[in-house]
Design a protein around this ligand. Structure first.
Ligand code: ADP
Ligand code: MG
Ligand code: MG
Length: 248
């Protein structure tokens, strides 16, 4: 079992403090949802965990199995079993999806997968996500539709098999069919072993397909309420307004 531990995390962009003391523990057999209004700092949390240089950790700690995650390089974080899917993934012109994924698997495992084995895993993953085979030869993230970006994200999960996956707005911009395919992919990943998921979302609808064990409400750069899956139903009915007021 693995645990991602976020302790009293404060994060600034420039001299603006955005995260104001976030505490969260995610174990590898749990699914957590972070829900909150736009601008509450959800993506900032994901970027800080990912080590994005624009997001400065001013105090607090992030530990993966007791090791200081913030002291690790981005590659080391991936090798330690952390996967981060960004709300706005970067384009990698000139690198095909297939090569990008093989490099990612190589980086995480520390050795290149056998070509034939990788080709088989890639094909199975793409089939399961209803991805057209031609997709593997496209430039990574270049001109991807919302749905293609998200399927690509879940394909990475299936191939990389991280211990803890952080998914930021994986549900945004998906029509109902794509949402179902992506949710099924997340559920397959959850069922595939001892894996933890931190699902960051503004909307409650993905939580109808991917049932969280814990729900954390984010407002004003911190967790303002926590509960079980029933909290998502409450948010769907009542919205975030009361939390936004209370955190202001
Ligand atoms: P969410 O993902 O919950 O919508 P964000 O983490 O994207 O929220 O943003 C939280 C706050 O931090 C917002 O006020 C946003 O404008 C600010 N912020 C986030 N990233 C940056 C950045 N790179 N530069 C300037 N401000 C930022
Ligand atoms: Mg826990
Ligand atoms: Mg966001």
């Amino acid at each position: 079992m693995s645990t991602l531990e976020i302790r009293d995390l404060h994060v600034a962009v420039g001299d603006k403090e955005i995260l104001r003391g976030v505490n969260l523990n995610i174990s590898s057999n749990e699914t957590h949802a972070i829900m909150g209004p736009n601008g509450s700092g959800k993506s900032t949390l994901a970027y800080a965990i990912a080590g994005h240089p624009k997001y400065t950790v001013t105090s607090g700690a992030v530990l993966l199995d007791g090791e200081d995650l913030l002291a690790m390089s981005v590659d080391e974080r991936a090798r330690a079993g952390l996967f981060l899917a960004m709300q706005y993934p970067v384009e990698v012109p000139g690198v095909s999806v297939s090569n990008f994924l093989r490099s990612a698997v190589t980086a995480v495992r520390g050795e290149a997968p056998k070509l034939r084995e990788f080709a088989k895993d890639l094909k199975n993953g793409m089939d399961a996500l209803s991805i057209d085979p031609a997709f593997a030869q496209r430039n990574t993230n270049e001109g991807f539709s919302g749905g293609e970006k998200k399927r690509h994200e879940i394909l990475q999960l299936e191939l990389l098999k991280p211990k803890i996956a952080v998914l930021d707005e994986t549900d945004s911009g998906l029509d109902v069919d794509a949402l179902r395919v992506v949710s099924e992919g997340i559920n397959r990943f959850r069922a595939s072993g001892d894996t933890g998921v931190l699902l960051i979302t503004h909307y409650t609808r993905i939580l109808r397909y991917v049932k969280p064990d814990f729900v954390h409400v984010f407002a004003g750069g911190r967790v303002v309420e926590e509960g079980g899956p029933e909290l998502a139903d409450k948010l769907e009915a009542e919205g975030y307004e009361s939390y936004v007021k209370a955190s202001a």
